[in-house]
Write a protein that binds this ligand. Structure first.
Ligand SMILES: *[C@@H]1O[C@H](CO)[C@@H](O)[C@H](O)[C@H]1NC(C)=O
Ligand SMILES: *[C@@H]1O[C@H](CO)[C@@H](O)[C@H](O)[C@H]1NC(C)=O
Length: 258
């Protein structure tokens, strides 16, 4: 019974394959938190019973978020569904690294790679916390267009196929956090709507003796951080000659004083 659904989906996919090929993008298939590997949220997960245990919140795999004002921009819900908490929490020491292993990213889906964190209030549990539209997110990493003209997203595609690695700010105060990792694909971003966001969130507990927390001025909301007017949301990759510098959307990277 449970297995019937994926095969139906596969049949439909076959029937629609020219459309789906256009819509096939990518997702994080594995996350390494410190030295522990976790499976990402996979295409079949939605059909499994019981639900597989993940640190990654549910996403509609191979889909994108176009409406930057929708709650879906937060952790990649769908159709206004927002983010559904996952059942596991990874543990990571401050200063240690998390790496996001994407499925082979299409090289034509060029753009920046950005990572944010949000601190879970002390009285809450990350396994049932969703920050709605509160300003809770601070940026810990971003990269856009490099000086040699290549883009951050390109290391996730062929031939490199490198996982994206970010460091938890070394002085970050211990506690539970969401980590929101995203690619913004600019191949149709010459106007808004157009840019395609591919966010996903993992649940972690940060350990260590850090004392730093971001201030209010470092925090943004999702939705809220990006609008049609935010620099880098509308951008033309197809200008003949040298592209103008690319302004990476969102706030500065917060380093916690390091
Ligand atoms: C990324 O995940 C895939 C699928 O599990 C795996 O085959 C591949 O080796 C991983 N890449 C790295 C660098 O760990
Ligand atoms: C945190 O502080 C305690 C007490 O000073 C020390 O034993 C421990 O090694 C420290 N932990 C880290 C990760 O630095």
């Amino acid at each position: 019974m449970i297995r019937l659904l994926p095969s139906l989906v596969a049949l439909t996919a076959l029937a629609l394959s020219p459309i789906l090929q256009v819509a096939a993008h990518g997702y994080v298939q594995e996350v390494t938190v410190g030295s522990t590997k976790y499976t990402g949220y996979l295409p079949d997960d939605a059909y499994e019973c019981p639900q597989p245990k993940r640190i990654m919140r549910k996403i509609p795999v191979n889909w994108l978020v176009e409406d930057l004002a929708s709650i879906d921009i937060q952790c990649h819900g769908r159709s206004g569904g927002g983010s559904a908490p996952a059942s596991l929490v990874g543990t990571i020491a401050s200063g240690d690294t998390v790496s996001f292993n994407w499925t082979q990213w299409p090289n034509g889906h060029t753009g920046p790679v950005l990572t944010y964190m949000a601190r879970v209030p002390d009285e809450e549990d990350v396994r049932d916390w969703a920050p709605e539209k509160e300003k809770v997110w601070f940026k810990i990493d971003h990269a856009g267009k490099y000086e040699d003209g290549t883009w951050a997203s390109e290391s996730l595609g062929l031939p490199k196929l490198k996982p994206w690695t970010v460091r938890i700010p070394p002085n970050l105060k211990a506690g539970q956090y969401l980590i929101r990792h995203e690619i913004l694909a600019l191949h149709v971003a010459t106007k808004y709507p157009g840019v395609q966001a591919y966010p996903s969130c993992i649940q972690v507990k940060v350990t260590g003796n850090g004392t730093a927390l971001p201030e209010d001025k470092d925090l943004v909301s999702f939705p809220g951080a990006y609008t049609a007017e935010t620099p880098g949301i509308v951008y033309n990759l197809y200008i003949i000659g040298e592209l103008p510098p690319y302004p990476i959307p969102g706030p500065e990277v917060w380093t916690g004083g390091n």
